[in-house]
Design a protein around this ligand. Structure first.
Ligand code: ATP
Ligand code: MG
Length: 756
């Protein structure tokens, strides 16, 4: 069992306990995911068919990484394991079984935008006040009903829900939910929550199907179990009911999706569901330095509702945690970007060793701008991913219509793009006609002259004919040829091509990039079927980490803390630690919300392996106005022993809180590079950087042989390393990172410098 060597005794015990229900609740970085990975490898090595394994992960990225590791142990058989997120695995199963619940196998998946747009049109049709019935609100309400397995009919019958809705003046929510459900069904579409909801329906109403999958998935494993919602919990429970070979791992301290219906009780109740449960404890954190683990522990100790856990690290103490203050969000971005450049060159790291984590997606802007200015390559995970961009969604909508012309949201999206004289009013008429005749908008436009007046009928009929021609092409041509045909003949490519603005160009490039991706797909040899319809099946579930065009590129990772769950990076920057941002404004009035924010902070901290930096700005633009910000209460909660003492440049801030490292205002000197004080003494003068006392006289020196990477000594600034050289002839400038002072740019002809 050579392959089990990389496990400690408790991890190994959990891996070898392959039969019966198993639960591991343990702190961050203690090897929970590693246990699942090794367990899968172990099961296969001991004779279990990979087709009988179901592994549910929280992100597609995690599934991909896990599969690669397992492949190292068991070889290409690992490809046959059913592994992925709940949504991707069950969307796949629903494709096989869709007919049983009245859906076509080529059903469309509506993303959040589609769902909200559909809700908006229902609100408009029913002439409801869109402030009271705000589309986001309605969407969340429906989503939470579905995640609790409450159907539209049950919603309307449930007395408690009804009285809640009526007392808030929103008595028609049930009716909206009902219409929404019917419209999705008619359009052959499921929204994200439907994937789990309909899976439950399928397993509940078709015992033969349930039995089939119970026998197929003889072993189930679920990572990040603390963030499953009721709907996911039930699916797992049902599938595991015969064999009960179920292993779940999680950490209650990392439960951060309550706002989306995740139910921490699922982990707490596991023992009740499975009295024969074997529980394994993992206490050693292998990921992070002791300082980082200690900081994380000191933060989470402030939460009342927590299972007691011992988490320790035997790794080195490591650097203390740094806190940086900036006067604006832009400057915060600059501090972080400069720090990454310095750390990377000083320590010989790669960009991929760094991650910047933030509370809200919008915070990426300042970070992105700063990184771009300094030419630091980066990649955003989650958020506005490639497939979320307008032009991509437009072309995809044409593809969707080609395979499922009843798809109402796709139809609305492109029926008049590029413009063809079917405006909003025409579209409304089409929808009204569809409702009146109890059919879909597609049926109306397909037979336009029978239903619509001629002004609308002509262009609408023309559009339907075009989609039908796409259907014929898609049937006979390769995915790429069909996609190209549709891009050209829909007029979309031409429309984008004629827009010569920078944005237009980038949109055109994005379409080209999508076509490139489809071309690559058309040429894949491992697939039997390579039609555009097959390509489309996965598209709705693609998130940024899937469509990673160049996964090997060396880039800094940017993401929200929510999407960082389960991941790890040597150097982590958590930015925007300000009151009303983190913790968020909405959370500060209730203990349970505040505790969820604190768990989020705990998740962020525990992503770091070697070095953690936390920053905040004293002012930033929010909702269009410059507001001043207070440092987050979470900063005060950090045990000061693990913080790097402030460099005492600014007496005032030190008096306020000795542990805030303030940024020097003078340009070219960065707070991150401030020397550590030797003792905890707070006498500011003693902490000012001592000017280096030169050992010999310096004169502007012959630096013609100077190259990036060389060590140098400067008369006043001391020792440093060259990180960049630019300019020409008499104007050559070198950027040097000085050990004591940080980064400076010097004009070489004047610099009193020598190569050491
Ligand atoms: P999280 O709660 O953040 O999801 P986790 O409990 O799933 O964390 P893992 O990601 O499995 O933790 O492990 C954290 C890191 O520690 C990984 O890099 C993993 O490879 C390493 N690790 C875990 N156990 C061991 C071990 N026994 N020996 C060496 N490295 C280990
Ligand atoms: Mg994990």
């Amino acid at each position: 069992m050579e392959y089990l060597k990389g496990l400690n005794p408790s991890q190994r015990a959990a891996v070898e306990q392959t039969k019966g229900p198993v639960m591991i609740v343990a702190g961050a970085g203690s090897g929970k995911t590693r246990v699942i990975t090794y367990r899968v490898a172990h099961l296969i090595r001991t004779g279990v068919d990979p087709f009988n394994l179901l592994v549910l992960t929280f992100t597609n990225k995690a599934a991909k990484e896990m599969r690669n590791r397992i492949m190292d142990v068991v070889g290409s058989e690992a490809k046959n394991i059913w592994m992925g997120t709940f949504h991707s695995v069950f969307a796949k199963i629903l494709r096989f079984e869709a007919n049983k619940i009245g859906y076509p196998t080529n059903f469309t998946i509506y993303d959040t935008d589609d769902s909200k747009s559909l809700i908006r049109s229902i609100l408009k049709e029913q002439q409801l006040d869109d402030k009271l019935y705000n589309a986001n609100f309605v969407y969340n309400r429906i989503s939470s009903a579905k995640n609790n397995l409450i159907s539209a009919a049950e919603y309307q019958k449930n007395a408690q829900i009804q009285s809640e809705d009526f007392s808030s003046g929103r008595g028609r929510l049930g009716e909206i939910y009902h219409t929404y459900t019917q419209r999705c069904f008619k359009a052959g579409a499921m929204d994200f929550d439907d994937i789990l909801f309909k899976t439950n329906v399928l397993l509940r109403e078709h015992p033969d199907v349930l039995y089939k999958y119970q026998n197929k998935f003889k072993y189930l494993m679920v990572d990040e179990y603390q963030d499953t919602n009721y709907s996911q919990y039930l699916i797992v429970k049902k599938l595991a009911a015969i064999n009960e070979n179920l292993c779940v791992v999680g950490d209650d301290a990392q439960s951060i999706y309550a706002f989306r219906g995740a139910n921490i009780q699922n982990i707490l109740n596991f023992e009740k569901d499975y009295p024969d449960l074997k529980v394994f404890k993992l206490e050693q954190n292998y990921r992070s330095t002791q300082n980082i683990v200690n900081v994380a522990n000191s933060i989470i100790a402030n939460n009342k509702n927590q299972l007691k856990k011992n988490v320790f690290s035997e790794n080195e103490d490591g650097d203390k945690i740094k806190i940086a203050r900036a006067f604006s969000d832009n400057e915060e971005g600059k501090i972080v970007a400069e720090s990454i450049i310095q750390e990377r060159s000083l320590k010989g790291l790669k960009y991929q060793d760094f991650a910047i984590l933030y509370r809200t997606n919008a915070q990426s802007r300042a970070m992105e701008e700063a990184l771009r200015k300094l030419n630091v390559p980066y990649k955003i995970y989650g958020g506005m991913s490639f497939y979320q961009r307008k032009e991509i969604k437009d072309l995809i909508a044409y593809f969707r219509l080609t395979f499922n012309p009843n798809d109402e949201e796709a139809l609305k999206r492109v029926i008049n793009y590029p413009k063809r004289g079917i405006g909003d009013t025409s579209m409304e008429r089409i929808i009204i006609a569809a409702d009146k005749n109890n059919t879909t908008p597609w049926e109306i436009i397909k037979d336009a002259p029978s239903y619509l007046e001629s002004r609308t009928a002509a262009p609408a009929g023309g559009f339907a004919t075009m989609i039908q021609s796409f259907q014929a092409v898609a049937k006979h041509q390769s995915a790429y040829d069909a996609a190209l045909h549709i891009a050209q003949h829909s007029g979309l490519l031409k429309d984008l091509y004629s827009d010569k603005s920078i944005e237009g160009l980038s949109r055109y490039e994005n379409i080209q990039e999508l076509l490139n991706g489809i071309k690559e797909f058309s040429e894949r040899e491992d697939l039997e079927e390579r039609g555009l319809d097959i390509f489309m099946q996965d598209v709705a579930l693609l998130t940024n980490d899937d469509n990673d065009k160049n996964p090997d590129a060396d880039t800094v990772s940017l993401m929200t803390i929510h999407s960082a769950k389960g991941l790890e990076f040597p150097h982590v920057y958590i930015v925007g630690l300000e009151e009303n941002l983190f913790p968020s404004q909405m959370s500060v009035n209730s203990r349970s919300d505040l505790e969820e924010e604190r768990r989020l902070f705990y998740v962020a901290i525990t992503r770091a392996e070697k070095k953690l930096t936390i920053s905040y700005a004293t002012s930033r633009y929010r909702w269009g106005t410059l507001t001043s910000c207070e440092p987050s209460r979470f900063i005060d909660e950090i045990d000061a022993r693990y913080l790097e003492l402030a460099y005492g440049e600014q007496q005032k801030s030190i008096e306020r809180n000795p542990f805030f490292a303030d940024r020097l205002e003078s340009p070219g000197v960065d707070s991150f590079s401030k020397p550590k004080p030797k003792t905890g003494a707070l006498k500011t003068t003693s902490m000012l950087p001592k000017a280096h006392v030169p050992s010999a006289g310096f004169a502007p020196s012959d630096t013609s042989g100077l190259q990036v990477g060389m060590e140098v000594e400067h008369e006043r600034f001391g020792y440093g390393k060259v990180i960049n050289i630019e300019g020409s002839k008499s104007d050559i400038k070198a950027t040097i990172f000085f050990k004591e002072l940080g980064q400076k740019q010097l004009l070489l002809k004047f610099a009193k410098l020598r190569i050491v």
